[in-house]
Design a protein around this ligand. Structure first.
Ligand code: PLP
Length: 405
């Protein structure tokens, strides 16, 4: 067995690489979660999360993974038998539908081909037909992690408004939050579901609901049973920075540090960085002559890229060759894409050279696994990185002796 040296490359689309600063922030004794030091920490992170969701409203934090926050969004706003409209975007929309069905909801599921986001036109059509307002919620995955396709949330909001439909709007941002522009308030989202382990650069174990006033109002009449997920039980102690049960104390220290880091960089710069890395990755994939799963350029994900293998080639074998030889983990194809697709995560704590290393690992893997492809993917990505960096530095091109061109 190869003994690996240096750092493992964790280039799955989450959990992502955790910065040393965040690891150090969590490496401390557990404190009393009912004491004054905790109250300060709790208040700080509850407040600090709001700008990440671009909301002025409350955000609640669960000691749970994203799936818990999915369930929380449903049980806090809906009643048994309620109809909801969801769009098939991939593996994760399928799973959220499953949660809804198990909670006793009736799901109208708009079919999709896993290469496009939710269709604003289809949502408009379905809501337009629903003149009796039987549909109680529209639920969309913003960034479908199984494919690398985003849905156009602002346009779906317009579709709901255009149909003058009162349905709640719920959005899963688990793999876009803190990586791609997302505006809970401006886009009129009622419940946003988030998780800690991707753009927020934390280990798994925290998840979030950002809640609109309309969702809070729906909460007072929603009849689905709830205890652990109950927003009211959570919001009361949250006012003093406390939780109704034992919070994930040390993860919250990590969250505090991650929020500081995102603030230091500036959210707009964080989004721009993810965009540059996504563009460079796509340049590599196109140069290799491989096919990107997302088939509409306006729906490309900036946090991951899903790539089809050439006919007859197995993605899991390629991933195995890369893991064994170069100590890098890439995302597997999920459910119906198993073996056919691999996913390159380029989100969270990441920089140009980490991307260069990641794509080099993929290119070497393609060579070693004997996967037919064209040469030059990494070179294309490096050119893209240089070009986008130069365009960001004022007057850089005039100093051509230092920077390329
Ligand atoms: C878009 C999306 N939604 C939901 C989930 C489920 O979250 P978790 O695995 O943290 O429960 C994931 C996990 O990767 C995801 O990517």
């Amino acid at each position: 067995m190869t003994v690996h040296t240096g750092r493992h490359f964790l280039q799955i689309p989450g959990p992502t690489n955790v910065p040393d600063r965040v690891l150090r922030a969590m490496d401390r004794p557990v404190i009393d979660h009912r004491g004054p030091e905790f109250a300060k920490l709790g208040a700080e992170v509850l407040e600090g999360l709001r700008p990440i969701f671009q909301t002025r409203g409350p955000v609640v934090i669960y000691p749970a993974t994203g799936s818990g926050a999915w369930e929380a969004a449903i049980v806090n706003t809906l009643s048994p038998g309620d109809r909801v409209l969801m769009s098939e975007t991939g593996h994760f929309s399928n799973l959220w539908r499953e949660v809804a069905q198990r909670m006793g909801l009736s799901v109208d599921y708009l079919p999709g081909n896993w290469r496009r986001g939710a269709s604003p036109e289809e949502v408009a059509r379905r809501l337009g037909e629903d003149t009796a307002h039987g549909i109680k919620a529209v639920m969309v995955v913003h960034n479908e992690t199984s494919t690398g396709v985003t849905s156009r949330i602002a346009e779906i909001r317009k579709a709901i408004d255009g149909a003058k439909h009162p349905a709640l709007f719920m959005v899963d941002t688990i793999s876009s939050l803190g990586s791609m522009d997302y505006r809970h308030d401006e886009w009129g989202v009622d419940v946003t579901v988030g998780g800690s382990q991707k753009g927020l650069m934390l280990p798994p174990g925290l998840s979030f609901n950002a809640i609109s006033e309309k969702a809070l109002a729906a909460n007072t009449t929603a009849k689905l049973p709830r205890y652990y997920w109950d927003w009211q039980e959570m919001l009361k102690p949250n006012r003093q920075g406390f939780f109704p049960y034992t919070p994930a104390t040390n993860l919250l220290w990590g969250l505090r540090e991650a929020l500081l880091m995102l603030n230091e960089e500036g959210l707009a710069n964080v989004f721009r960085r993810h965009q540059r890395h996504a563009e460079a990755t796509r340049a590599a994939v196109e140069a290799w002559g491989l096919e990107i799963v997302c088939e509409d350029a306006q729906e490309y994900s900036n946090s991951l890229t899903g790539v089809f293998m050439p006919e007859g080639q197995n993605a899991d074998r390629l991933r195995q060759v890369i893991l064994e030889n170069f100590d890098m983990s890439l995302g597997a194809g999920l459910s119906k894409l198993a073996g056919k697709v691999f996913r390159i995560g380029h989100l969270g704590h990441f920089n140009d050279l980490m991307l260069a290393g990641t794509l080099s690992g993929v290119e070497m893997g393609l060579l070693m696994a004997g996967v037919p492809h064209k040469a030059g993917g990494v070179a294309a990505a490096l050119a893209s990185l240089v070009e986008s960096r130069q365009s960001e530095i004022p007057n850089a091109k005039r100093e051509g002796s230092i920077l390329l061109r």
